[in-house]
Design a protein around this ligand. Structure first.
Ligand code: SF4
Length: 445
């Protein structure tokens, strides 16, 4: 596979305009949010007179071009579709790759000549790249505080005790499906239970694969993606059970489980209770508002089931992007997903005569256009600083991503496994990632 996604943003007009003011949900970060090593780059950025492309690119060129000259073809810059529009365009401007989480995960493995991989997205994505990387490939993240709120509610110390209780009750019948938005430690639990990783583009394939084996599934962490996928596959509602709030300890007994242990025993799909704050704002009323105005409404499957059922279609960022880019001129959409993605789709759609609005942009909504704030903690100063520090051999070790690293996104305290534990984790988490790849490849053959 090419490192350039097949629906990449390479069509972006290189004379793009950065917004004159930073858009909603992506403000300049305060200086004290930067690591000490990054503060000089942030101070310089914050002192720039404006955010015009010429100004920002002149600033970035001073650091990025020497790093590109230094590392040559061994350097790979990556970003996710959900990044603020500026970072997506900047990564592309400097020849990097922009993709969804499935394609990002494969980037290192499919580009063995890339030895220094710099990711401007969330930590779990960088870790997935690191799990599949060869030993001579280094993965760095521009801001280790770029976490995912959904993943934060599914740390291994919360999930593992529940998985153990379920394994004790159901033995080999239980398998764990880990959404890509999990740490390597959770992906390793999936590997240990002969399960698989999934993304929103292939969750239906992975869940079908497990159900066809007669498995009982623990789906971690997104309850909405799990519920939507089960509904899409026709799993009866009474065979889908959501575990209690993951913010507290979970005991599997009659008093804690909704419907008691009898309901648990009936369930073929057991959902971890986490969610994405960006996607759970979407309501059936928003869908109705835009449909009544003639728009096609598409949503991401991290949205609630009732919203998905009302919409005209649901799918991954890849699906949403293609829908807009392949629609005939004159089409109009309301898209329910991360705000920066919708803004990029709106800009690119407009070039083709396709009109896009954000699903939450209805009268009275306070959330219109909101993006993933944690992912957007990767900004131009982080990119400039990371590349300059790498070139000088002074990159902070905390920005290096190894399989099994667990980061507290608030304090940036990192728990790193020892070499033996890490080797074991790589075996198990790679197993679950490769199982997903195998399921996807079989579906395409
Ligand atoms: S959009 Fe939601 S699920 Fe995606 S990285 Fe951000 S918080 Fe996590």
């Amino acid at each position: 596979m090419s490192t350039t996604p097949d629906h990449s943003l390479t069509q972006i007009d290189r004379s793009f305009r950065l917004e004159p003011t930073i858009p909603l949900c992506q403000t300049d970060l305060p200086l004290d949010w930067y690591q000490d090593e990054f503060k000089p780059y942030a101070e310089e950025f914050l002192a720039l007179p404006d955010r015009d492309p010429a100004t920002v690119l002149a600033y970035l060129d001073r650091y990025i071009i020497p790093a590109m000259d230094h590392f040559g073809d061994s350097l790979l810059l990556l970003a996710h579709f959900y990044m603020g529009g500026e970072i997506v365009k900047l990564i592309e401007h400097y020849g990097g790759g922009v993709a969804d989480s499935y394609k990002l995960a494969l980037m290192a493995r499919e580009s063995p000549e890339k030895k220094v991989i710099v990711e401007s997205a969330v930590h779990f994505m960088a870790e997935a790249i690191a799990i599949l990387a060869n030993d001579d490939q280094q993965v760095w993240i521009t801001n280790p505080k770029a976490g995912c709120t959904m993943e934060m509610l599914a740390k291994d110390d919360a999930v593992e005790p529940v998985a153990d209780q379920l394994l004790e009750r159901y033995g080999d019948e239980l398998t764990v499906i880990a959404y890509m938005n999990t740490s390597g430690r959770i992906k390793a639990i999936a590997g240990r239970t002969n399960g698989a990783v999934c993304t929103s583009s292939n969750a239906h394939l992975v869940m079908r694969w497990a159900l066809d084996q007669g498995k009982r599934i623990l789906f971690v962490p997104d309850q909405h993606l799990g519920r939507n996928t089960a509904a899409k596959l026709g799993v009866p509602e009474d065979q889908v059970l959501t575990l209690p709030d993951p913010r507290g300890p979970i005991r599997l007994d009659d008093s804690e489980i909704d419907g008691g242990l009898a309901a648990l025993d009936r369930a073929k799909v057991i959902l971890w209770g986490s969610f994405c704050g960006v996607h759970t704002i979407f309501t059936p009323e928003m869908v109705g508002y835009w449909k009544s105005r003639g728009r096609t409404v598409l949503v991401h499957p991290e949205s609630p089931l009732e919203t998905v059922l009302e919409s005209d279609g649901s799918g991954s960022t890849d699906y949403l992007w293609r829908a807009v880019m392949e629609a005939p001129s004159g089409s109009s959409f309301a898209i329910g997903t991360e705000g920066h993605f919708v803004r990029n789709a709106r800009e690119q759609g407009a070039l083709r005569g396709v009109d896009v609005v954000h699903l939450a942009e209805i009268p009275g909504s306070v959330s219109a256009g909101c993006g993933c704030a944690t992912m957007s903690r990767n900004d131009p100063p982080h990119l400039a600083g990371m590349l300059d520090l790498l070139r000088k051999g002074e990159a902070p070790e905390i920005n290096r991503v190894l399989a099994g690293d667990s980061i507290d996104e608030t304090t940036m305290r990192r728990d790193r496994l020892d070499a033996g534990e890490r080797a074991e984790l790589i075996v198990q988490s790679k197993r679950s990632l490769e199982q997903m790849i195998s399921i996807v490849e079989q579906s395409q053959s």
